[in-house]
Write a protein that binds this ligand. Structure first.
Ligand code: GDP
Length: 291
């Protein structure tokens, strides 16, 4: 998966796993490493309790067993959620939501390329109509990705009507996947949630919505989740995209965010370039995180 893994625990855990035997400091060091990596103290404690129970059950004193057990526990917890993107509808509509600055526009560009590289046609809809710069920036990404874009005819056009026209475009041209950008202004939250609800109502009259993906900046950790709470409560979110993992030392957040929100991670972004996106594979992530 990733070439750059600043969120890997391997550095923090190395000393511990190379010791000749498990002792009391092992548990303290492990708890410290997990909390530092943003697992959250409740999850860190639960993991350590499970590890202690396993160590007792298997009568092991070998730190390498501990590493393997930790990897398995992290993998099992990450795998409680289904990371598959559900794009089987024709067309499959993906609404992208999230607070400004998290990397939503970049993610749309990357996702459009990711999907078209898989041989499926894509159109993006610029339904963040209030900011002219947002429409322009999305246009640049659509061009880079080599996909079609439907833009508002004038600034401030009703976002739901742009979403409608984008789906119409897909229905008319047989385009398989529709990705719709939406506004991410944090102030006037009520207005934004009403706007998203209207987009969903209008689109659902045309075709079912396949995914509502909430984009979160991994470097902001739990604060970012709090900022995005209104989306989680009101926008019908079906999955998460974590961006900027290349700049985050907080690998544990990946596990904590699924458990705190109850939502599966479906994509991860690890860089600013168009190819810097991957699906989320719990097994690979656990391996890279724990070593
Ligand atoms: P938006 O306001 O949510 O649409 O955010 P943008 O897509 O404009 O991105 C905001 C900033 O984050 C830009 O400078 C992007 O290059 C950067 N960015 C987006 N995704 C990633 C990522 O996965 N890694 C890194 N390092 N930067 C990212």
């Amino acid at each position: 998966m990733a070439q750059r893994t600043p969120w890997s625990l391997s550095g923090a855990l190395k000393g511990m796993f190379q010791k000749p035997t498990i002792d009391e400091t092992t548990w303290d060091d492990l708890e410290y490493a997990l909390i530092t990596a943003d697992f959250g103290s409740d999850i860190a404690e639960a993991i350590i309790d499970e590890l202690r129970a396993n160590v007792d059950r298997y009568h092991t004193t070998d730190p390498r067993d501990l590493q393997r057990m930790l990897r398995e526990i992290v993998d099992a917890r990450l795998s409680r959620f289904d990371p598959t993107l559900k794009l089987s509808e024709r067309p499959a509509v993906v609404l992208m939501v999230g607070v400004n600055g998290v990397g939503k526009t970049t993610t749309i560009g990357k996702l459009a390329r990711f999907i078209s590289n898989a041989g499926r046609s894509v159109v993006v809809g610029a339904a963040d109509t209030f900011r002219a710069a947002a429409v322009e920036q999305l246009g640049t990404w659509a061009e880079r990705a080599g996909v079609a874009i439907v833009k508002p005819q004038h600034q401030g056009q009703d976002p739901a009507s742009v979403a409608y026209q984008t789906v119409e475009h897909a229905l008319g041209t047989g385009t398989e996947i529709v990705i719709i950008d939406t506004a991410g202004r944090l102030h006037t939250k009520g207005g934004l949630m009403d706007e998203l609800a209207k987009i969903r109502r209008v689109v659902e009259k045309q075709t079912p919505i396949a995914e509502v993906l909430l984009v979160l900046d991994a470097t902001t950790g739990q604060n970012g989740v709090q900022q995005a709470q209104a989306f989680i409560e009101h926008a019908g979110v079906t999955g998460l995209v974590l961006t900027k993992l290349d700049g985050s030392a907080k690998g544990g957040f990946v596990l904590a965010v699924q458990e705190r929100t109850g939502l599966p991670i479906k994509l991860i972004g690890q860089g600013e370039k168009i190819g810097d996106i991957t699906g989320f594979t719990p097994h690979v992530f656990a391996q890279n995180l724990v070593g």
